[in-house]
Write a protein that binds this ligand. Structure first.
Ligand SMILES: NC(=O)c1ccc[n+]([C@@H]2O[C@H](COP(=O)([O-])OP(=O)(O)OC[C@H]3O[C@@H](n4cnc5c(N)ncnc54)[C@H](O)[C@@H]3O)[C@@H](O)[C@H]2O)c1
Ligand SMILES: [Fe+2]
Length: 435
């Protein structure tokens, strides 16, 4: 492919990339239109999923009011756990089964949107809990048919769960984060209303911003799609197909918007102006990683989140210890960039520049370090913990972390440079502390 030498053909590699675009509406005030959208999707009796905090905020009142004004019955489930567990998915499913709903609406962060997706799935096609869960933990059974329509309305901006067919949860008995992934889980519509972010605590803004940044950089520095083995037939091309020219475009702009707006959104007295570009960045990165796929920082994050002991993050509910998703990702990222830099230095420099680093005078051999240094500087300016030691881990945890992350094969192979087990352990060691 002559668009970019990064996509040069390889023996046995894929020859094409495909583009999946989620259906999305973006604009301040757009949540108030949800009644019309729900009606157009044939909804008459809706289960509205949220969590105990967001339940008391304006977006839930706006969505409920608009649905009712359109003549739609609404029942609210507000018991979603933040960073949900299988227990929370099961409680959401019981609610969906009892209510005989013909439509689903989620108003909240990734935790809420994912709980709504899973509840819709298990209530529509009941099965053993592990049946649909990703292998090797579950059976990875495909979703048997279409789900009930779902409109997802984020009140955070990091996960892009409104764009994806993924639902992430913590499997309590295994202390492991895992998920369910299938195109049929993707919501029918995402409504992105930046005014829904007005009440978001600053620490959560910071974590979401780094989640977006990491989705975008991981997609940009993923293995090129043309170096992934070609599928046996063209319908088997995976969603995480590797870096490609389409996701490059979306991700470069997402990184630029994060670099220009995140520090102000966390530190400025009036941060509302930043909400619109940040939410747009989250959407762009979601479209990007939805087509390219993430790699090492996310693969390592599942171990960091799953093995948590006593860490409680300021700004999040403290009813159970957890490392919030964006934090569990970004604490690994600088060490990863130093490792992957040599595999595609131009792309690491491009990301560093988009993020606001001064790259004049930087050579290709510095690329990974320049990006890592800029990220560390931004972590310090936005109150992110100092690496793994900042969230409660030390040298003694390196083997357990490595074991948990090494099974995330789908993510590891999508890196421009795939680590062996020793290299992965070194990456965790290098992530222990940055300053
Ligand atoms: N499905 C996917 O594709 C995908 C991708 C990445 C992450 N995830 C998952 O999403 C979850 C994290 O989601 P998240 O970061 O969006 O946060 P979240 O849903 O966990 O919410 C974080 C906190 O913010 C509060 N909150 C949410 N919106 C608010 C608002 N507008 N004002 C005030 N408080 C608000 C919540 O009540 C909660 O306490 C994790 O479980 C993660 O694994 C899913
Ligand atoms: Fe993420």
């Amino acid at each position: 492919m002559t668009l970019d030498p990064y996509f040069e053909p390889s023996e046995g590699g894929d020859i094409a990339f495909s583009v999946e675009a989620p259906k999305i509406k973006f604009g301040p005030g757009s949540l108030a239109e949800i009644g019309d959208d729900a009606k157009a999707l044939g909804m008459t009796r809706v289960a509205l999923y949220t969590d105990p905090t967001v339940a008391k905020l304006n977006p839930v009142a706006v969505a409920e009011g608009s649905l009712k004004a359109a003549g739609i019955d609404v029942a609210i489930f507000d018991e979603t756990e933040v960073e949900p567990t299988d227990r929370s998915f099961k409680a959401g499913t019981a609610f969906a089964e009892e209510g005989k709903f013909d439509g689903f609406v989620s108003v909240g962060g990734g935790s809420v949107m994912d709980t709504c997706k899973a509840s819709n799935l298990y209530a529509t096609y009941p099965d053993d809990f592990l049946a649909y869960v990703n292998a090797p933990i579950g059976e990875a059974k495909p979703v048997p048919g279409p789900l009930k329509p779902h409109i997802a309305c984020p009140t955070t901006f990091g996960t892009a769960s409104e764009c994806t067919g993924i639902a992430v949860f913590d499997l309590l008995e295994m202390e492991a984060k895992t998920g369910i992934a299938h195109a049929r889980l993707r919501p029918n519509l995402g409504i992105l209303d930046p005014t829904a972010l007005a009440t978001l605590p600053r620490s959560i803004v910071a974590a979401n911003g780094f989640d977006v940044f990491s989705h975008a950089v991981e997609s940009l520095t993923a293995r090129p799609f043309s170096h992934r083995p070609a599928p046996e037939n063209s319908t088997l091309r995976p969603l995480g197909q590797g870096a490609n020219p389409y996701s490059d475009l979306a991700c470069t702009e997402a990184i630029r918007l994060i670099g220009a707006n995140l520090i102000g959104a966390v530190n400025d007295d009036d941060n509302t102006k930043a909400h619109e570009p940040l939410m747009f960045a989250g959407m762009l990165a979601g479209i990007g990683f939805g087509n390219a796929g993430c790699h090492l920082p996310h693969g390592m994050s599942y171990a960091v989140a799953g093995l948590v002991r006593g860490y409680n993050a300021p700004g999040w509910p403290s009813n159970h210890p957890m490392v919030p998703h964006g934090i569990s990702v970004i604490v690994n990222a600088p060490a990863v960039f130093r490792f992957t830099g040599p595999a595609c230095p131009e792309r690491h420099l491009k990301a560093a520049e988009a993020m606001g680093a001064d790259i004049s005078g930087a050579g290709l051999e510095d690329a990974g370090n320049v990006l890592a240094d800029r990220v560390i500087d931004m972590m310090r300016q936005t109150g992110i913990p100092n690496g793994l030691s900042g969230v409660g881990y030390d040298e003694n945890d390196l083997d357990a972390l490595t074991d948990r992350a090494f099974i995330q094969k789908r993510l590891l192979v999508n890196s421009a440079l795939e680590p062996d087990r020793e290299q992965l352990k070194d990456l965790f060691r290098d992530s222990l502390s940055y300053w």
